[in-house]
Design a protein. Structure first.
Length: 323
């Protein structure tokens, strides 16, 4: 039984990866359309110090946005800001510390941001981790679940009033959640979200990415019902050559290196879907979508389960200390 609980998620996740690689073998990364200027708009990009997060922050700043790069690596953050400034971008970039594995840190970040009186037009929930050995956060929760999902769930909810006020009809505020094809292999165990019964890093990672899609759909339903000018979409960057793969087993690491050079997307290519969701004119007023390679796609069947969406939302509020 234990072996099955470990092996099944592993096999399902790697099968998802093979499907993505086959797609990428025969399909180029989509090209971003010409994007409208974003002067005067403010964005927060989590995990924006490197990889896809940095590419997203850089592109949005080049469009004229004031981009707040939120992350937990201060030196990387300073370097990222310096690179963006040296490129002579039209907008502004700055780094602000937040540890998304700490619910206290998320609350402090939001409090600091709100005290500045800035509006918020775009929130890109990009930060994430993958296949980390079993470990808990300071709040006692499973690491993937908090960094990939629960920290962003709390961040989004605490900033929702800012996004609602900044948006208007014809110029909505936008929330972008970074999911993954691995969500198709995910399963939500509502009785063991922290994977304490039988830990599998593959199951934990896939579950966190499925949680983001469930969250996306349920939040969009609430926003639409309330008539608020805010859209939320989940995006899938494909398989991208970033530091996320540093936790692969040694053999998998060796196999991955030559394959990545040929078939993986670059961070800039992977980030294009987040940038598209955050700034494209075609996405104005469009929410509740799962976007892959520039197109709306069908997500996992489980992600459309409204009962599961509501259960996860309620449980997440409890875990994050929200009413």
């Amino acid at each position: 039984m234990w072996l099955l609980r470990v092996l099944v998620p592993l096999v399902r996740l790697y099968l998802c990866g093979m499907k993505v690689l086959l797609y990428q073998m025969f399909n180029r990364s989509f090209t971003l359309p010409v994007l409208p200027k974003q002067n005067g708009r403010v964005a927060i990009v989590t995990g924006g110090t490197r990889g896809m997060g940095f590419e997203t922050a850089r592109h949005l700043a080049n469009l004229g946005m004031h981009v707040v790069i939120a992350g937990n690596e201060k030196e990387e953050g300073a370097a990222a800001v310096r690179m963006i400034q040296e490129e002579g971008s039209r907008g502004k970039a700055e780094f602000v510390f937040v540890d998304l594995t700490s619910l206290k840190s998320v609350r402090q970040f939001v409090e600091t941001f709100k005290d500045r009186g800035l509006p918020l037009h775009v929130l890109v929930n990009n930060a994430g981790t993958m296949l980390v050995p079993e470990k808990q956060t300071e709040d006692g929760y499973e690491f993937h679940f908090v960094l990939n999902y629960l920290g962003h769930f709390l961040l989004t909810n605490l900033l929702l009033d800012k996004l609602k006020r900044a948006g208007r009809q014809g110029c909505c505020s936008r929330i972008v959640n970074m999911s993954s094809a691995t969500h198709y292999a995910g399963a939500m165990d509502m009785d063991d979200l922290n994977k304490k019964i039988c830990y599998s890093s593959h199951a934990a990672y896939s579950q966190s990415k499925l949680a983001l899609v469930l969250f996306t759909y349920h939040l969009q339903e609430q926003l639409t019902a309330g008539g608020f000018p805010v859209t939320v979409n989940a995006v899938d960057p494909g398989m991208v050559d970033t530091a996320l793969y540093n936790n692969l087993w040694t053999l998998a690491q060796l196999l991955k290196k030559p394959v990545a050079k040929i078939l993986f997307r670059t961070p800039a290519e992977g980030a294009s879907i987040s940038i598209y969701a955050a700034a494209a004119a075609e996405m104005e007023g469009v929410g509740g979508c799962y976007l892959y390679n520039g197109e709306k796609r069908q997500s996992a069947d489980a992600s459309y389960d409204s009962e599961l969406q509501a259960k996860l939302w309620k449980k997440s509020c409890e875990l994050a200390g929200l009413q």
